[in-house]
Every structure is written in structure tokens, then in C-alpha cells.
Design a protein around this ligand. Structure first.
Ligand SMILES: *Cc1c(COP(=O)(O)O)cnc(C)c1O
Length: 810
């Protein structure tokens, strides 16, 4: 904690006003949606996708009284109770403050970078070192220019060692990270092709990454990734297959689910039993071993700890829980920084009013009053209904303003008593340090999934939203399509995220989809594309805004509203410019104007049309015709009504290919879910992954047949895998007879025979596979849809409701 006066000194700011220079700062904030301790928070007006200066009023209204700005903010002019520091560059100020804080600590700091594996190496190393050390690891998603600063800000004196991850995507970024982290020991995990787009060559990328270690005393890296010449004047500890490597890898052999790896270190040979078999995991383990050798652990100890490693789920997961609850499973680490990330996520959940937390003891709490105070303030700020605490019982816990508090000394005692706690219609965050094994609690509270799961990556969804947002001017509004269960990916789970991301509108197909979102606490405006007369009362009750597409519908709706004595209800007028589905023809607009002017039950909130082929260059002339027709009608309507309304035309491909069709708002659909129909955007991320597992393996002779009607005839002796996904799950029957290709252990394998209702069979003769292995059902969604003559939209929305959705967030 530093006083704001001290902060000003550290960042070299110009104090516009410091009425309270002793104000202690413990939290650094840059997002006004994520504020937990306003009095002790310092708000940095950063300029990212949005300019942080725009959110100062919001932050002020939430109680923040200390700001760092880089340009004048009229709002702050007359606020005499506010500390305002002005700097040239607010991000630099944040980083300088983090760098200063980091310098207060003299325990070793390990800095990790590399293309892949840095998070897993960090997590495994923490897992192995935590047995005898207090280890701080930076939260997974905090590895960027802002994230690293926040990670370092959370360093505290009771740690023995800290592991900080650094990630870059563009040249020039590493210097700032290196200046903050100043790692004593540097670790380079590997060099892959990820994020290559901004670099001219692999060498350039490597050179940029190595800048992290400029001032390190030691660098640990694989010799195949970092050639000795690249780090001439730096002590290098290399691992690899070369004789001159400090840690040389010799024979390796796969035995069941393990790998036995012979290594040579300081002239003697040892064997490691690694509980993984894939190449990436083995390399990551070797990185950890190299680090531990350099931390002076002896081989026997390392061998034992490596053997105890477990595959880690490092991302937070949102799952359906028992008795209509939502389970947020973040049972992988526990410290203040990562607790805050998961509490933010808990706060984004609107589906149940009740929010609870199951929390484990944290390292360093004992006899550390400051830490205890901060934890209580954070927990008090969350309007939690229940705290279930596992670990040592502290006085400060009893004093928390949480109505229901339960204390258990151990996870075992909680598990024993769990059936007495009624968990129902609530969102429960489960957050514990690894040693508490909260996965056992999750197992009891989350509903089980039966083999086939649809993973939904919420970070990818956020990323894609930003990608499209960056394609439209700031004043253009964003409507996102969540019809058909958000293209198969979820209802409130996706809508919560969109609401948090402050999109302007949501769109559903039917009234009941909108009702479901409203009962899950979604407050954004919602447009309904295909409303029916029998849902009028539901529309009004739940504040849903209908698309109005015909005179008879308009008349019926007006009559209904009149009957209910409702005025000025928002409607969205649809123009048919060529789709010939729903909508008024342009010729009808004068009559629509007359009708609207003769009543006061409805107001036109928006006027829109739908492009039929915005993605198809061959139809560009027709698209242009649609846009022109729309513009003329919009002008006519506006003149006729005498007021403005939101004009919108563009769907996903329209956003990308038709900037002139952005008007006042765009309607983002398939692109949000990561499908780039136009193949123009390189930074979209895949949102959903449908995966299942191999249930049974069979060796069969040539001539045997597979499945119904003997359709799958074997022309050679074959190995056949049965997987639990069939047409009832949305795996179309047309994928049968080798048309569909799934992926197992990185290899594509065809279906064999017909697809059954709940299962299908794969020809795995040519690959290494064992029962229980993971299977990717659609390794390439675009290709899969082509294979059966459809489009990705159809495959996504057909993934049946019985396939469990699990949401991931980092
Ligand atoms: C579904 C839909 C969209 C979104 O289309 P995408 O191609 O998925 O972007 C936009 N507008 C209307 C009217 C729709 O029905």
C-alpha cells in the first residue's frame, strides 16, 4: 500500500489536485465494471478499445476518489474531494508503479515466456514447489501489458518465490514487461507458430521474447528453441537431446498412461516417471525439472514430485449444478488476485439472485492483519448470501457482513456435512488452493456430463466481439443475435457476458427465448424477430420489443396495447428488400406512416432490413440494390414520422464487407461465435468445441460389418472405436459411411457404418488410440458442414440440448 502522494512521486505525475495525499491505495483499477474497494482504489484512465477517460464519471459514482489521467476531464473539474494526477502516458504510469512495487521484494522471481506451455509450466511448478514453499503465481490471464502490472501489484512479503508469466503479440512489447518483472531466473518454454502474424520471422519473434531476460542471472530453455548463439553473454541452462545440454534427454518409453524418460544431469543418469504421454506435456515437465534443479532440489525429490503431477484445468468453468444452481469451478489456485477475477465473474451472473462462495484458506493469511482486512473488504463488497470457509477459523471471518457463514477445518469435514447445506437456485463460486482438493466438492455439486460435452470459451466470445467492434465506428450500435440458444452455445451464459460487455441490443427469434433471458436477470433491450399474436402479453410483461412486419400484425398489436392502455411501446419495423420472408414492401411505407401517425400506442424504435447475400461477391449488385432501396425507404419513413429511429441492415458478413451498410447499428450473429464465413479476419477465435471420448475399442477381421444394415464393410483387418455421439446429439446421419471425420490424438479418422441415434463408430486402424481418449467431433466446422452440404450455422444450432455445455473463462 502506498499513499496517493507517494504514488505521484513514483509515477512522476503532475498533481492536478491532491486534497487527501495520505489516502492509501491498495487497488489498481482500469475497468469501472470491476471495482471492489472504491476508497482504496486508484483508477487509471487507459486507452484501449475504449478510452478510459469516458468511464471516469462511472468510477466516481461508484466511490472512487483517486484518478490518473492523461488528458483533462471536465467532469473532474469541480470535484474538490478527488485526487487527480496527470501523466503523459497512463499505461506507463501503471507499469512504473508495478515496477516500483516489485523492487521492494528480494525473493527470487521467475519470469516465464514462450509460445505455448507457459501457463502450464507456471501451474505445475507452483504445484510442485508449494509442498515446501509459499509461491505466488500470476493469474493465467494476466500476462499482458496491463495484466503483468496487476500481477506484480499483488506481490506480498510472505512469499518465498514468485512466478510471473509474460506474453506478447507484437514487436516492441517485451521491453515494458521486462522492466517490470526483472526476473532473476528466466524460463523460455517453447517457440511455436502462435501469434506469428505480427512478426517478420521466427528469429525476430524469438529475439523479442528473449528481451524478457535482459537482466536475468540465468536463462533456462530448450536448446532446440533457443540456440546458444542467441544468448551469448548470459548463463544458459539448456535442456534437450544434445550432448552438450546441461540436462540431456535420453531414451523415452511409453508405459500405459506414463512415460519413462531417462535424463542425464552432471554425468549421472536418472529416470523420470512422467504421468503424461504427449510430447507437449513431457517438454513442460522437463522445463519444470530444469528449474527445480537450479533451485537446488535433489533428483529424488524432483522425481517424486513430478510423479505426483496431475493434469490441471486452469480455466474457470461455469457448469449447471444440482437443484437449479450454477457452479463456478475455480479450484485450481487461490490468492487475492485470482479471487478477484472469479468474483468479477460471479458478479456477472444474473441468473439467480443468491450468490455464495466456498472458499479455502489462503497462504499468508495467518498473523497478517493487512491481508485479512483486505480479504474481508473484498468479500464484504460482494453482497454474498453465504460463505463456506475451509481452513483455519479466523476472527475476521466471523465479523464479515455475510448472512450465512459456515466453517469447516478440512475439505473432508465439509464433504461430510454437504448434504445438510441446501444449495438451490443460486450461483456458487468454488475457489480453493490445490491442496484443498475442491474438485471433490465440485463433483458433488455439479451435474455430470455423459462423455459428450460442448466447451464454450467465453474469452473467445469476448475477443470476437472486440474484433467486430473494431470494424465499426464508435457511434454505431451493436446488436448481437442470441436466437436459437445463441447459435447453440447457451442462453443466459452468453447473454450475461454480452450484457457485461455492454452491447446495445440482444435479438431472439421467439418471445419465449426473450422471457427466458428476462427471468435469468438480463436487462438489456431485447428485440423479438418472430412474435405471434398469442405472445403479446408475454412481450409486454417482460419488456420485449417485437419486430413488426405486416399491416395486420401492426393493427393487432396496436389494438392490444390500446386495450391495455399502454402508450409509446417500442417496435422494430422490418422492410423486405429482397429476402421475401417477413417485412413490409417499400410501396407499403406510405400506408405504414399514415397508420403510425394516427395512433400513440407504438413508436418506431428501429427500422431494418436483412441482406440476403452480403457474403457473396457474385451478388454484390443485388446487395447494393437492397441497401439503396432501404435507404430510400428509411428517408421516407423518417420524413413522414418526423422523428429519428435506429437504422440497421448489416449482419456479420455485412459488417465485414459492407461498411456503407453499417448505418446506426449492426446485427452480429455467426461471427460472434467464431465462424468467419468470409475468411477475412485472422483474429477470430473458435468459441465452441464439441468433444467426446472413446468408449470402446474393437479389433475386427476383414469382411466383418459395422453397425445397422451392415453398411460399414471392412476391407481390411481393422481397429474400430465406438464414441457416444449420435444423430440425437446433433451428429447428422449424413456423416455416416466415412463422410464425417473426427480427430483423435491429432489425427483425423473417418466414421464407419451408419451413425446411430446415440453413438457412432470410427475407423482407428491407422492411429494410436486407447479407450478414454478425447475425440474432437468437428475438428474443422467449415469443412464438416461442406462434407454434408450444409452451413456451419446448421451444425451449431443442431447440437442437442442433452449435450452438456461447459463455459470456460480465464
Ligand atoms: C440471424 C440474423 C442475423 C445475423 O446473421 P449472421 O449471418 O449470423 O450474422 C441478422 N439479422 C437477422 C434479421 C437475422 O435473422
Amino acid at each position: 500500500m502506498y499513499s496517493i502522494g507517494k504514488v505521484n512521486e513514483i509515477v512522476g505525475g503532475m498533481a492536478i489536485r491532491i486534497p487527501n495525499s495520505d489516502q492509501q491505495i491498495s487497488e489498481l483499477v482500469y475497468d469501472s465494471r470491476k471495482i471492489s474497494l472504491p476508497e482504496e482504489s486508484l483508477f487509471f484512465a487507459l486507452s484501449a478499445t475504449r478510452d478510459g477517460h469516458e468511464f471516469i464519471a462511472d468510477a466516481y459514482n461508484q466511490g472512487i476518489r483517486s484518478f490518473i489521467i492523461s488528458k483533462d476531464v471536465p467532469f473532474l473539474m469541480d470535484k474538490t474531494d478527488v485526487n487527480v494526477l496527470k501523466v503523459h502516458d497512463t499505461l506507463k504510469a501503471l507499469q512504473d508503479l508495478a515496477a516500483y512495487h516489485r523492487k521492494q521484494f528480494h525473493f527470487p522471481i521467475i519470469g516465464i515466456t514462450g509460445s505455448n506451455g507457459k501457463s502450464i509450466v507456471k501451474a505445475w511448478l507452483t504445484q510442485m514447489l508449494s509442498i515446501d514453499k509459499k509461491v505466488y503465481q500470476s493469474p493465467k490471464s494476466y500476462n499482458s501489458q496491463i495484466g503483468v502490472a496487476l500481477s506484480l501489484w499483488n506481490l506480498q512479503g510472505h512469499y518465498d518465490l514468485a512466478i510471473i508469466e509474460a506474453g506478447i503479440s507484437e514487436p516492441g512489447e517485451m521491453d515494458a514487461l521486462a522492466a517490470m518483472i526483472k526476473p532473476d531466473i528466466g524460463v523460455f518454454t517453447n517457440l511455436g507458430i502462435a501469434h506469428a502474424q505480427h512478426f517478420k520471422s521466427k528469429e525476430e519473434k524469438l529475439a523479442e521474447k528473449l528481451k524478457l531476460f535482459k537482466e536475468s542471472n540465468l536463462l533456462i530453455a530448450g536448446s532446440s528453441y533457443v540456440p546458444k548463439e542467441m544468448v551469448e553473454n548470459k548463463p544458459l541452462f539448456s535442456w534437450g537431446y544434445l550432448e552438450q545440454d546441461d540436462l540431456q534427454l535420453l531414451e523415452q518409453q511409453q508405459v500405459g498412461q506414463e512415460t519413462q524418460l531417462d535424463i542425464q544431469y552432471k554425468g549421472s543418469i536418472h529416470q523420470l516417471k512422467i504421468p503424461f504421454t504427449d510430447k507437449a506435456s513431457i517438454e513442460n515437465v522437463v522445463s519444470c525439472v530444469a528449474i527445480m534443479l537450479n533451485l537446488q532440489y535433489d533428483i529424488a525429490n524432483i522425481q517424486q514430485r513430478v510423479y505426483g503431477l496431475k493434469p490441471l484445468e486452469m480455466r474457470l468453468q461455469l457448469k449447471k449444478g444440482i437443484n437449479n444452481s450454477s457452479i463456478i469451478d475455480d479450484s485450481y489456485s487461490n490468492d487475492l488476485a485470482s479471487l478477484k477475477i472469479s468474483l468479477d465473474f460471479l458478479q456477472q451472473q444474473n441468473q439467480y439472485q443468491k450468490k455464495s462462495i466456498i472458499l479455502s484458506e489462503m497462504d499468508g493469511l495467518e498473523e497478517n492483519e493487512k491481508f485479512q482486512k483486505k480479504l474481508s473488504e473484498i468479500l464484504n463488497g460482494q453482497s454474498l448470501k453465504r460463505l463456506i470457509w475451509v481452513g483455519k477459523d479466523y476472527d475476521f471471518l466471523t465479523a464479515l457482513h455475510i448472512p450465512e457463514k459456515l466453517f469447516y477445518p478440512t475439505t473432508a469435514s465439509l464433504l461430510e456435512d454437504l448434504h445438510n447445506i441446501s444449495i438451490e437456485k443460486e450461483s456458487v463460486l468454488i475457489k480453493g488452493a490445490r491442496i484443498f482438493q475442491f474438485e471433490k466438492v465440485v463433483e458433488r455439486l455439479a451435474l455430470r456430463s455423459h462423455g459428450t460435452v460442448l466447451d464454450i470459451n467465453l474469452n473467445a466470445l469476448t475477443n470476437n466481439l472486440m474484433v467486430y467492434r473494431s470494424l465499426i465506428p464508435p457511434q454505431v450500435k451493436l446488436m448481437t443475435m442470441v436466437k436459437a440458444f445463441s447459435y447453440g452455445s447457451g442462453s443466459f451464459e452468453v447473454a450475461n457476458l454480452l450484457q457485461f460487455a455492454k452491447v446495445d441490443y440482444l435479438t431472439v427469434a421467439f418471445a419465449d427465448e426473450g422471457v427466458e433471458l428476462r427471468s435469468a436477470g438480463i436487462t438489456l433491450p431485447i428485440m423479438v424477430l418472430s412474435p405471434d399474436a398469442d405472445t403479446f402479453s408475454a412481450l409486454i410483461k417482460h419488456d420485449l420489443e417485437p419486430e413488426v412486419y405486416s399491416m395486420s400484425f401492426l393493427n393487432d398489436f396496436i389494438a392490444f396495447l390500446k386495450d391495455q392502455q399502454i402508450k409509446s411501446y417500442k417496435i422494430h419495423l422490418k422492410l423486405d428488400t429482397g429476402m421475401h420472408r417477413l417485412g413490409f414492401f417499400p410501396e407499403e411505407i406510405p400506408a405504414v406512416i399514415d397508420r403510425l401517425k394516427s395512433q400513440d400506442q407504438v413508436v418506431v424504435q428501429s427500422f431494418f432490413t436483412h441482406l440476403v447475400a452480403s457474403g457473396d461477391p457474385k451478388q454484390d449488385e443485388f446487395t447494393q440494390y437492397q441497401i439503396d432501396t432501404y435507404s430510400q425507404s428509411a428517408k421516407l419513413l423518417e420524413d413522414g414520422l418526423g422523428y429519428n429511429f435506429i437504422r440497421h441492415v448489416a449482419n456479420t458478413s455485412g459488417i465485414v464487407r459492407w461498411p456503407e451498410a453499417h448505418f446506426d447499428m449492426v446485427r452480429l450473429g455467426i461471427g460472434l461465435y467464431g465462424v468467419d464465413m468470409d475468411r477475412k479476419l485472422e483474429n477470430l477465435e473458435q468459441v465452441s468445441t464439441l468433444r467426446t471420448t472413446v468408449t470402446q475399442l474393437k479389433e475386427l477381421k476383414a469382411g466383418e460389418t459395422i453397425g445397422y444394415d451392415r453398411k460399414g464393410v471392412l476391407h481390411r483387418d481393422s481397429k474400430i472405436a465406438t464414441v457416444k455421439i449420435g444423430y440425437a446429439d446433433g451428429y447428422n446421419r449424413r456423416f455416416g459411411q466415412s463422410v464425417g471425420k473426427m480427430q483423435i490424438n491429432g489425427k483425423l479418422v473417418p466414421t464407419v457404418g451408419s451413425i446411430c441415434m446415440d453413438m457412432c463408430m470410427l475407423d482407428v486402424t491407422d492411429i494410436e488410440v486407447k479407450e478414454g481418449d478425447e475425440v474432437l467431433v468437428f475438428p474443422d466446422l467449415m469443412q464438416a458442414s461442406k462434407d454434408i452440404g450444409t452451413i456451419p450455422y446448421e451444425l451449431l444450432v443442431n447440437i442437442s440440448g442433452r449435450v452438456k455445455r461447459v463455459y470456460y473463462y480465464e
